[in-house]
Each structure stands twice: as structure tokens, then as C-alpha cells.
Design a protein around this ligand. Structure first.
Ligand SMILES: [Zn+2]
Length: 301
């Protein structure tokens, strides 16, 4: 019998990999992906988190071609995420070792699955793995972009994968970054401009997906959207659960997310409308915020 999403998530959570500086190498996790995506095309891209190449080679970003070789690709759909997790910022009740190992045993309480990375962001990968057979049958290239250093904030992994895409002539039509957004779609935040095509936003609307508040968050979408303006953030789990001691995700939400993702990906694949990006009018945005600020000031008085 094939593993279900809960079982896959349990296996993913069991492999500790923290953001760099406090982490073990991520080979075990890379190997897990290689096994889960067996038969697909892989590229490992070493991180550049330190100045030591031998050290950097212990932490690898991963690109996977699910139904394609990793070169000369048009209209690719990219599913993106990061491997690294963060120990809880507060409270630091346990010692570092205690947190590392205690958190890697996923626990279930009713509909809730507890463990480090259940929300940020192994849940998304578990969803994708359950849909692998369907994804392999798509008529457009489907890729995964998986970084190892998102939580280190520099986002070099995402930059290096986009460099790899340029070198290999890989052109995505859409990048879906699976950071937790309660299964809603985020289109903008700091450094991530609201520049998606009307085509993509029409698809999102027709799929009945709700939108996440604009301007909230900070993710690799700001790197991806420079290369592909049709980047959205869409993942399961509550954003405010990230990095907390009782990080947990709803099994029901996680299960439903897989189907929502496939609905979206299927419509993107079939939709032949031209992809025309909005031109961002920065002056108008600045004017809007100025006005908002003035209104707020008036209300405060
Ligand atoms: Zn994250």
C-alpha cells in the first residue's frame, strides 16, 4: 500500500535539519527526496553559506525534474520550498539537544499533527509526494526547487537555483512556493510585488482559492518573482505556527491541500491564455500608502 500524507510527513519530520550554524548536514534529507522521487532527474547545488567549499558541500539545494530532464524547458510549473527548519525561538525551555530530537518525533492529537517542520514546511512536501503519480503525467514540465538555507535569511539557495534555471534554459510559467498560508494564496509581501498575470489570478479565482492578506510575510517569493512574476505563495498550515514550540498542522487541511494544489496545477497546465504581467505602478502605490497614512493620522487625532 502506498504511504499516506501523514506517514510521509512523519518520515520527513524525523529527519532533523536546522538552518545553518546549528545544523547537521542535509544529506539524509536529500537522500530521502531522491528515494521519494526515484526515477526523476536531479541536480544538487551546493550552498554558499560559508567560505569553505568542503563545508558548503554538506548543505545542498536540490532541483528535481519530475517528468522532464533539467534543461531547455518551456512553461514549466515549479513547486518550491525549503528543507531547513528552526528550533522554537521561545521559550527555550529545553536544551538544544532536547529540542532537536524531541521535536523530530511527530505526535498526533485528534486532527493535529505536532512536530518540528509539520507547518514550516515539510507538510507541503508530504502533499506533493502523495500526488507524484499525477504530477508525472502532466503535459508541461513539473519541477521542484528545494533550498537548504531559507531560514538563514540570505536566500542564496533560491538565487542559485534561479541561476541554474538561466544556465539550463529552464523557463517557468508559474512558481508555487509552499510556505504555510492556511491553504490560501499570497501574492505580495516585502520585496515580493503584486505582479502576477491576470491569467494566473483568474485561475486562482476560478479554483475558489482565497487570498492571503497582502504585504504579510517574508519568503523566497521575493527571489523567485524576479525570475518569474507568476510566483505565488500557497501552502498548508498556519503561518503563525512557524518556529513555535507546539508547531502543528491539521491533518484534514493537509489532506485537502493536496487536492487544491492539483486543481490549481491542472488548470495552469491546460490554460492557454497569454501570460501578460501587470506593470507595477510604484508611484501609485506610494501615493496610496501616503493617503492611507494620512487617513490613519486623522483617525488617531
Ligand atoms: Zn518557511
Amino acid at each position: 500500500m502506498e504511504k499516506d500524507v501523514k506517514e510521509i510527513l512523519r518520515e520527513l519530520v524525523a529527519i532533523p535539519y536546522w538552518f545553518v550554524g546549528q545544523s547537521v548536514p542535509n544529506k539524509q534529507l536529500v537522500d530521502y527526496f531522491k528515494e521519494a522521487f526515484k526515477g526523476c532527474d536531479f541536480a544538487e547545488i551546493p550552498s554558499r553559506m560559508t567560505n569553505d567549499p568542503a563545508e558548503n558541500a554538506k548543505y545542498n539545494n536540490l532541483v528535481i525534474g519530475l517528468n522532464c530532464k533539467l534543461e531547455n524547458l518551456e512553461r514549466a510549473i515549479v513547486l518550491a520550498g525549503h528543507m531547513d527548519t528552526v528550533p522554537p525561538f521561545k521559550p527555550y525551555e529545553a536544551g538544544e539537544d532536547e529540542i532537536t530530537f524531541a521535536d523530530t518525533t511527530m505526535k498526533q492529537d485528534g486532527d493535529k499533527l505536532y512536530g518540528r517542520g509539520t507547518v514550516d514546511m515539510r507538510g507541503f512536501f508530504a502533499s506533493v509526494i502523495t500526488k507524484l503519480d499525477e504530477l508525472k503525467k502532466m503535459n508541461v514540465p513539473v519541477l521542484m526547487s528545494i533550498t537548504c538555507d531559507e531560514e538563514a535569511f540570505k536566500m542564496d539557495g533560491a538565487k542559485d537555483i534561479m541561476k541554474f534555471f538561466k544556465e539550463k534554459n529552464i523557463k517557468p510559467q508559474t512558481i508555487i512556493l509552499g510556505e504555510p498560508r492556511s491553504s490560501t494564496v499570497s501574492t505580495s509581501h516585502s520585496g515580493f510585488p503584486d505582479n502576477q498575470s491576470d491569467r494566473l489570478m483568474g485561475i486562482v479565482k476560478r479554483q475558489g482559492l482565497e487570498l492571503f492578506p497582502k504585504g504579510v510575510g517574508a519568503t523566497e517569493a521575493r527571489v523567485y518573482s524576479e525570475y518569474c512574476p507568476d510566483t505565488i505563495v500557497f501552502g498548508p498550515g498556519e503561518r503563525n505556527m512557524c518556529h513555535t514550540p507546539n508547531e502543528h498542522i491539521s491533518l484534514d487541511e493537509l489532506t485537502k491541500f493536496g487536492d487544491k494544489l492539483m486543481g490549481l496545477v491542472n488548470e495552469i497546465e491546460k490554460n492557454k491564455e497569454p501570460i501578460v504581467f501587470k506593470t507595477i505602478d510604484y508611484a501609485a502605490i506610494a501615493e496610496k500608502y501616503k493617503k492611507q497614512k494620512q487617513e490613519e493620522d486623522i483617525q488617531e487625532r
